[in-house]
Write a protein that binds this ligand. Structure first.
Ligand code: DP6
Length: 359
């Protein structure tokens, strides 16, 4: 499919007003997306676990406007007006207007809330943008009369990507690939696809406990970070490595080899941060406690033979990944040894999930 295929034919129905609500989760990448071309096209393919508990719930209500004119919308987070969210949504609307041409016909009220604490340093752009994209698709569905489920999800993912790259991996579960890759059937740079191959039982209900190390605003946004990959001295090698890591992932997911899984996932996390540290300008998003936690995890693994491992996103928080069979002892370990490094002792227990839901 190409971008043009997402431009709809003239709508057959007209609607005056309405309201739709979607809940959409966050996701955590195993092979990371870091670096993009124009129009939100990733430099390399990525793969992620969809989460279950960290979600955004968005209600989009719309009323017909007198005149088409400019985009007209208001945004609320937990019932509070959030004008500082508007520029990001305005950018999103500009990027997707061609594909959902009804945007200027309505005034929108966007009411959103997250299940995770606000400013927890957990990226809300993946869950937030995917929830909003799904709401727009529900409106398009009404305007069209009907749309096949597969096409609905594909286009919602396509739109979500234009809001925030990683958001296109949040619609479905439990594992999603975004970015074209030789060995993954149906994979595309334009949208995320459900991982199409066998996954070993070891990954069933895989656990992700997110340790909140630093809840502050990031000093460098992901968008700025991605841009610093242009002309980065190690960029091309990194993109090749991600491609190979995704190939290796296919075997690891099939065989359920958790030692190889650990090596791949931890290397990906540290490579992501190494890219940040070797950008110009360079920057560091990890905090001292991020490193304390990593060292503790390594020591625990050496001592106990546990399969627990970590990954990081573009921030200081640590995602602790482990099989369901180890839940009890890893949670014990987290409480006894890692919580001390979390801001206000906060952490969130999550598990691999099935994707977004219409409410
Ligand atoms: C480190 O999707 O937040 O989490 O497309 O600019 O919105 P934009 O970036 P974003 O980048 C996420 C980067 C990452 C890795 C990943 O999720 O693959």
């Amino acid at each position: 499919m190409i971008e043009k295929d997402f431009i709809p034919k003239p709508y057959t129905n007209s609607i005056e007003n309405g309201s739709v609500t979607w809940s959409s989760p966050s996701n955590i990448a195993l092979v990371k997306y870091w670096g993009k071309k124009a129009h939100q096209i990733p430099e390399n393919p990525s793969i992620s676990f969809t989460l279950n508990n960290c979600k955004t719930i968005t209600n989009l209500s719309f009323t017909t406007k007198e005149k088409e004119g400019k985009f007209s919308f208001e945004v609320y987070l937990d019932g509070e007006k959030k004008d500082d969210f508007k520029p990001k949504i305005e950018t999103f609307f500009n990027r997707v207007e061609l594909y959902v041409p009804f945007l200027r016909n309505y005034h929108f009220k966007i009411e959103t809330s997250n299940t995770f604490p606000h400013s927890s340093g957990i990226a809300s752009s993946a869950s937030g943008m995917s929830a909003l994209a799904l709401c727009l698709m529900s409106i398009e569905k009404e305007l069209k009369g009907d749309i096949l489920e597969v096409d609905f999800i594909k286009k919602a993912s396509f739109l979500a990507r234009l809001g925030s790259g990683s958001a296109c991996r949040s619609l479905e579960g439990d594992i999603v690939v975004w970015g074209s890759h030789d060995k993954i059937n149906g994979s595309s740079n334009l949208f995320g696809v459900k991982y199409p191959y066998t996954v070993h039982q070891n990954f069933k209900n895989y656990q992700d406990t997110i340790l909140l190390v630093d809840k502050g605003e990031k000093q460098v946004s992901s968008t700025v970070g991605h841009n610093l990959m242009h002309g980065h001295p190690f960029a091309q090698e990194r993109f090749k490595q991600a491609d190979k890591n995704l190939s290796d992932c296919i075997t690891i997911l099939k065989d359920g080899d958790l030692d190889k899984f650990t090596a791949l996932v931890e290397s990906e996390a540290l490579t992501l941060h190494a890219m940040m540290m070797t950008s110009m300008p360079y920057f560091i998003l990890m905090k001292p406690n991020t490193l304390e936690i990593i060292n503790k995890i390594w020591a625990f693994r050496n001592k106990t033979n546990s399969k627990v491992c970590f990954t990081l996103d573009a921030g200081a928080n640590v995602h602790v990944l482990y099989p369901e069979s180890e839940s009890m002892r890893v949670l014990e370990f987290i409480k006894n040894e890692l919580v001390a490094y979390c801001q206000n002792g906060q952490y969130i227990c999550d598990v691999i999930g099935l994707g977004a839901n219409k409410l």
